[in-house]
Design a protein around this ligand. Structure first.
Ligand code: 6CS
Length: 313
């Protein structure tokens, strides 16, 4: 049996590391009966196209990142809001892998013919730009490339920027041709997509984690023979610690690669500077709730109260 697993990222990425490890574990668990064929970014299409392939049942597994997926499932747009998660990634791990969060989202995925298998973090989002961005004012008229879901653009509009949604594959040339002034992604992606080569600054505001979700077609998942579903579920459950460790390792190592290459100034915002962005971002939560409705409100409340509770312990 061969399952096809499509990635929104190229070989050597966090999603690729996840898929490779998943493949080995699934093969071991099933004594070689289940095999995975991994399709890195570029072989099957953009993120939105991968989601369509899952909805049609044309492939078995894929990553679907909220930055794109919120166009189809507005509720997942929560993970693109700024300053919602904790500064402490151990807390985020607990929140994101909780049944509470998954139970709210699952029916929303099912409405779109998908099954949410797990939520995967890939590291802090970092801004790259042709100038330093230290205050919301610095974003004035700044052409910021974002992923394609509309809620995401609101976060940058709130800073006064001119958000420009586009697929991942067009970002490098967009920067090179100066159609955009900057973009935002985790460090490993900035390195492997060579964005740092065409940008002068990297700005760390720790405003959000890059979150992705692993999905299948819901009918396919329901109809899986019991044994196969157990192999799949067990493999997924065993991957949580692995991917948290791996993404941290990838991001750390590649920051060093970028620093060693020279030519990129790395700026870490102070607490006061972050606070100004946090304040400016708060109104976007209302816009999110308008788009994601009651379930969105419930998800926002659940996540913020879990974070608050864990931070006070
Ligand atoms: O910026 C993007 O569009 C992409 N970034 C990452 C790190 N993964 C997938 C996503 O499509």
């Amino acid at each position: 049996i061969i399952w096809r697993f499509a990635l929104e990222e190229v070989e050597g990425s966090v999603q690729d590391a996840y898929a490779q490890e998943f493949k080995t574990r699934l093969q071991d668990a099933s004594d070689g009966q289940l095999k995975l064929e991994i399709y890195p970014y570029g072989s099957l299409g953009t993120s939105s196209q991968l989601t369509e392939l899952i909805q049609q049942g044309a492939i078995e597994l894929a990553f679907a990142s909220p930055g794109h997926l919120a166009s189809v499932i507005p509720e997942v747009g929560l993970f693109t809001l700024h300053f919602v998660l904790s500064d402490d990634n151990d807390i985020n791990k607990e929140v994101l892998s909780s049944d509470k969060v998954k139970d709210i989202l699952q029916p929303q995925y099912e409405k779109q013919n998908m099954e949410l298998l797990t939520i995967v973090p890939e590291g802090w989002m970092v801004w790259t730009a042709d100038k330093p961005l230290r205050t919301p004012g610095d974003f004035s008229d700044f052409k910021m490339r974002t992923m394609t879901s509309p809620i995401l653009t609101q976060s940058y509009k709130a800073y006064g920027a001119n958000p420009t949604p586009m697929p991942y594959s067009e970002v490098y040339s967009g920067l090179q041709l100066e159609q955009i002034d900057g973009q935002v992604n985790p460090i490993f992606a900035i390195e492997e997509m060579s964005f740092y080569e065409v940008q002068d600054y990297m700005i760390m505001a720790n405003h959000a984690q890059f979150i992705s979700t692993l999905v299948t077609n819901d009918k396919w998942y329901e109809n899986l023979p019991e044994q196969q579903r157990t192999w799949l579920d067990d493999t997924r459950d065993g991957m949580v610690d692995y991917i948290y460790r791996k993404q941290a390792e990838f991001n750390e190592k590649r920051l060093q690669t970028i620093k060693d290459a020279g030519g990129t100034e790395v700026i870490t915002l102070t607490n006061d500077e972050r606070e100004a962005f946090r304040q400016a971002s708060m109104g976007v939560r209302q816009t999110y709730v308008e788009q994601a409705g009651e379930t969105g409100q419930k998800l926002l409340d659940t996540v913020t109260s879990m974070v608050e509770e864990l931070e006070s312990q």
